[in-house]
Design a binder for this molecule. Structure first.
Ligand code: AMP
Length: 288
């Protein structure tokens, strides 16, 4: 596995991977089996797999966890070596974010909803760095996790809107055996919080089942599904950031008549840790 720590090193390694297809998996490191699944997926799509590890300061707000975000580069390199990645890129913040940089990517209206509402500037920071990584690697394919569903939507939209020559695909969320989505931030949870965290995906799944059994037909029924879920989460000790039923095509809140497929998207705080998750709801509207 090649290890590049600068643009120059990266440029010197890339020609060796051509003319085969190149797949890029961007990450912020502290790698776990969720990231591992993206590498495996890249391999199964054929060609070489490159992974970038960069804790992107542009996507953190001033009061967020940039300083304490876990950084485990040596373990990550070992992990990727075992996974059979072909190239890992660990750029320095100084090189990837020039001090005098002023040009950024505007994520448009969807960038201000959900996670973007509670984290102003977050998706602008994400898209700016992802676009830069696309330029640096020139990948044929890029893989992102469905766990970060809004991020995946916006990166796919950026690729379409700006005619980027890269195919962006999503990969299903990898979960612990109790249902909690793997996340680098899970290590912030203490034992009691970790035990309780399983209730977050549990209640999302219960709401999904309820919807699929009896799809909401009125805005009152839709509101009551949302408030019931928020109530359950609050009673279990979560502070709800948002709960939204989202139309996957537009990523706007789903409205009546509801589409067949809806994404239930949510973010909660458990103590100081912010958790996000989502599930896909597939209603059989012919029964309605
Ligand atoms: P991060 O390092 O958290 O920025 O994540 C890097 C990539 O891995 C993103 O595309 C995430 O959506 C994806 N990812 C993170 N956790 C998971 C998971 N549990 N399952 C699948 N993909 C994930």
């Amino acid at each position: 596995m090649r290890i590049a720590r600068s643009f120059a090193e990266l440029r010197s390694f890339l020609p060796a991977f051509r003319p085969h297809p190149l797949c890029l998996v961007p990450t912020m490191g502290a790698l776990h089996e969720g990231h591992g699944a993206l590498v495996d997926r890249g391999r199964s799509e054929g060609g070489f797999v490159a992974v970038s590890i960069f804790v992107n300061p542009l996507q953190f707000g001033p009061t967020e966890d940039l300083g304490r975000y876990p950084r485990t580069p040596e373990k990550d390199i070992e992990f990727l070596e075992k996974k059979g990645a072909d190239l890992v890129f660990l750029p320095s913040p100084e090189e990837i974010v020039p001090r005098d940089a002023t040009i950024t990517v505007n994520p448009g209206p969807v960038g201000a909803l959900y996670c973007g509402a509670s984290r102003p500037g977050h998706f602008e920071g994400v898209l700016t760095i992802v676009l830069k990584l696309f330029h640096l690697f020139g990948p044929d394919l890029a893989i992102f996790g469905e766990k970060d569903r809004q991020q995946l939507f916006l990166i796919q939209k950026m690729a379409r809107d700006l005619a980027l020559p890269v195919r962006v695909i999503g990969h299903p969320t990898i979960r612990e055996s109790d249902g909690l989505a793997l996340s680098s931030r899970n290590r912030y949870l203490n034992t009691e919080e970790r035990r309780r965290a399983t209730l977050f995906p549990h209640h999302l799944t219960t709401t999904k089942r309820r919807w699929e059994e009896t799809p909401p037909l009125t805005s009152e029924e839709l509101d009551s599904l949302r408030t019931d879920l928020e109530g359950k989460l609050s009673r279990e000790g979560f502070v709800v950031d948002y709960v939204a039923f989202v139309d996957p095509d537009t990523f706007r809140e789903a409205t009546l008549p509801l589409p067949r497929r809806v994404i239930l998207l949510a973010a909660v705080f458990l103590g100081k840790t912010r958790l996000i998750d989502n599930v896909v709801i597939e209603a059989d509207l012919s029964r309605v």
